[in-house]
Design a protein around this ligand. Structure first.
Ligand code: MG
Length: 382
């Protein structure tokens, strides 16, 4: 029985993690559930999974949760940063699922790796903002990090059983989002509702917008760089509309190993939970005959400037990727609240990055400070 601490249990990844747990009750149990503001859903999850610890964002929400789950036995309700830290380091947890959306996921991920806990990592921001710190701490404490992001899970799977020194290149596939074939003028008229319709993957609102601008793919390049220790110039992004090839690895002899499957988050989640075993999820394989063809092409940099911006932040390194993350969060939120247009997201992030003076060899506090500065500066730009 593997005991899980699920940080970010009410989000899109968290809910799918719990679907897998429900499907395999003899394999997994839940010892901690941490959410943000969605107390209603968290209360339902607490009733169903009986964790030892439940965490919410603040004291008011904690009181509301307490009323809603009256009678839950041996449940400790916590809130705020200390609460997330407890959930991420709980002694009874065998695996921590880090699935909070956005930069808020950094501290719980750091706490879990510092405690030497194996982490199933869905929160890419942790690695984008503090890849060197997170991976360094994980190595030092012997904590494994298993990717949940579908592309990185595919790369992880394609690397299994091969010698790392034979690796030549990583090919990261991108669906291209809902506006791949729209003109720049049409993209300018996009509303949040239109942007939230992703063609192949069902995900939360923030990451769906990041997919529409290809910022998500840029963040995934940085994530892959840290996870697999590969410089960004060896990571190629290819548009693959069908989202069936989840990513590929090229070896020195020109051979390519890819991982394929239907776009369903339960597959990479279940793999991270049960690694190195594979669970009988009941998901069908792709029907290749029915599909007929798989297509690949280069992303259009003029239409999706956020991709290049993320790669620029990656090359600069230091505190720049944290600034990219924070400025983008503010800009995406402004778009979702109809304060700016979709194409302005790039402009806001670009301006904030131009003004930032990167700090070399940053510690956690430098990274958090740079992100806070970027958030304020981005607000000003919006
Ligand atoms: Mg992904």
């Amino acid at each position: 029985m593997k005991r899980l601490s699920v940080i970010g249990s009410t989000g899109s990844v968290g809910r799918n993690v719990l679907r897998v747990v429900r499907q395999f009750p003899e394999r997994f149990s839940v010892v901690a559930l941490a959410a943000g503001r969605n107390v209603g859903l968290l209360a339902e999850q607490v009733t169903r999974f009986s964790p030892e610890v439940a965490v919410v964002l603040d004291g008011d929400l904690a009181s509301r949760l307490k009323e809603m789950v009256m009678g839950a036995r041996r449940l400790e309700i916590l809130h705020g940063l200390d609460g997330y830290r407890v959930a991420a380091t709980l002694s009874s947890a065998d695996l921590v699922v880090s699935a909070i959306a956005g930069s808020a996921g950094l501290l719980p991920t750091m706490a879990a790796t510092e405690a030497g806990k194996p982490v199933a990592l869905a929160n890419k921001e942790s690695l984008v903002m503090a890849g060197e710190l997170v991976m360094g701490t994980a190595r030092e404490k012997g904590a494994s990090i298993i990717p949940v992001d579908s592309e990185h899970s595919a790369i992880f799977q394609s690397l299994a059983g091969h010698r790392r020194q034979d690796l030549k290149q990583i090919i990261l596939t991108a669906s291209g989002g809902p506006f791949l074939d729209k003109s720049p003028e049409d993209i300018d008229k996009v509303t949040p509702e239109m942007a939230l319709c992703h063609p192949t993957w069902k995900m939360g609102p923030k990451i769906t917008i990041d997919s529409a601008t290809l910022m998500n793919k840029g963040l995934e390049v940085i994530e892959a760089k840290w996870l697999f220790g590969v410089p960004e110039e060896l990571i190629q992004v290819v548009i693959h509309r069908e989202s069936v090839v989840h990513s590929m690895v090229v070896y020195q002899d020109g051979s390519v190993i890819a991982q394929l499957g239907l776009p369903d988050m339960r597959a990479p989640i279940a793999y991270a939970l049960s690694y190195p075993e594979r669970l009988p999820l009941g998901l069908p394989p792709p029907d290749f005959v029915d599909m007929g063809s798989l297509t690949f092409r280069n992303p259009d940099p003029g239409k999706f400037p956020c991709l290049a911006l993320a790669i620029e932040a990656c090359r600069t390194g230091k505190t720049m990727p944290a600034v990219l993350i924070a400025a983008n969060e503010v800009a995406v939120d402004a778009f979702l609240h109809q304060r700016i247009r979709l194409r302005r997201i790039w402009e806001v992030v670009h301006r904030v990055m131009t003004r930032h003076k990167p700090v070399s060899e940053p510690g956690l506090s430098d990274i958090l400070e740079a992100a806070a500065w970027a958030r304020l500066t981005a607000e000003g730009c919006v």
